[in-house]
Ligand binder design. Structure first.
Ligand code: NDP
Ligand code: 8X3
Length: 255
């Protein structure tokens, strides 16, 4: 039977790759959300050219807006109102500055999106997961939730918070039998660095210069594997990095 999966931040990068990968497996129905609705509609069109039978519903959502998250999840059409899987993927980094030079607006955007947004979506999606016999929450953390690196301060703090929330959800949802997995990537080439450096694409490209980073598809395939385990198996926490990366700060670049 098909499982309904809600993916936040499906308009780009890891979220978009998850949508494409899961669509190809024919056992998932996709609820896709992000702020850029047009990108979601394009993605739906693209998926349907390869997988015309994949059921997809797209809606615009800013995860930072608690009232909107509640209203939009509660207003889903009846046939989309039972969710089996939540992929809490929406997130961003803004800036790479020391604490004394950091921009407070950047801090707010990261905390509001990565921590509060993940909480709002989880809180309002959980009632829609109550009928599922195979419910699963996937939180996209980061190596930045395991280590702290120079000038990563607030982004690292938000991902450490995601790490704590994954552990907390696993405890709080134990009685309900809801699986909670944390996927913690190192460098994945997506729009992430372009967003961090506010459209400075040269600086963004340099992040991955001289090495082969992970792709969104690499992460999506891992998530597909995690979701496909038998119901008695939960992968709690999975750290994945490019072979050329040994830690948040140590990478090997070819000349
Ligand atoms: P992208 O920038 O490519 O994608 C980020 C996605 O998040 C977009 O779809 C964006 O959609 C969505 N998003 C951002 N803010 C909001 C918001 N307020 N409301 C709803 N959606 C939002 O980056 P990635 O795919 O790399 O990032 C996905 C996740 O992976 C993030 O949580 C990131 O922290 C994490 N991660 C990334 C790594 C990397 O190296 N790339 C490594 C480890 C973790 P839109 O703008 O349309 O709203
Ligand atoms: C994104 C990876 O190394 O920039 O979470 O923190 S990193």
């Amino acid at each position: 039977m098909s499982r309904t999966v809600l993916i936040t931040g499906a308009s780009s990068g890891i979220g978009e790759a998850c949508a494409k990968t899961l669509a190809g497996e024919s056992r998932y129905r996709l609820l896709l959300c992000a702020r850029r609705l047009q990108r979601l509609e394009q993605l739906k069109h693209e998926i349907h050219t390869s997988y015309p039978n994949c059921e997809i519903f797209c809606f615009e959502l800013d995860v930072r807006d608690q009232e909107s998250v509640q209203q939009k999840l509660n207003a889903l059409p009846d046939e989309w109102a039972n969710i089996d899987i939540l992929i809490n993927n929406a997130g961003l980094s803004q800036g790479l500055d020391s604490i004394e030079n950091g921009d407070i607006g950047d801090w707010d955007r990261m905390i509001d999106t990565n921590v509060k947004g993940l909480l709002y979506v989880s809180k309002h999606a959980l009632p829609l997961m109550s009928n599922s016999e195979n419910a699963h929450i996937i939180n996209i953390g980061s190596i930045a939730g395991k280590e702290v690196y120079p000038n990563g301060n607030v982004y690292c703090a938000t991902k450490h918070a995601v790490d704590a929330l994954s552990k907390a959800m696993r405890i709080d949802l134990l009685e309900k039998g809801i699986r909670v997995s944390s996927i913690d990537p190192g460098m994945v080439e997506t729009e992430f660095s372009s967003v961090r450096f506010k459209g400075d694409d040269t600086r963004a490209k340099n992040v991955y210069a001289g090495l082969t980073p992970l792709s969104g598809k690499d992460i999506a395939e891992i998530i597909s594997f995690v979701l496909s385990r038998p119901t008695h198996v939960n992968i709690n926490d999975l750290i994945v990095m490019p072979t050329a990366q040994a830690s948040a700060t140590l990478v090997k670049r070819n000349a």
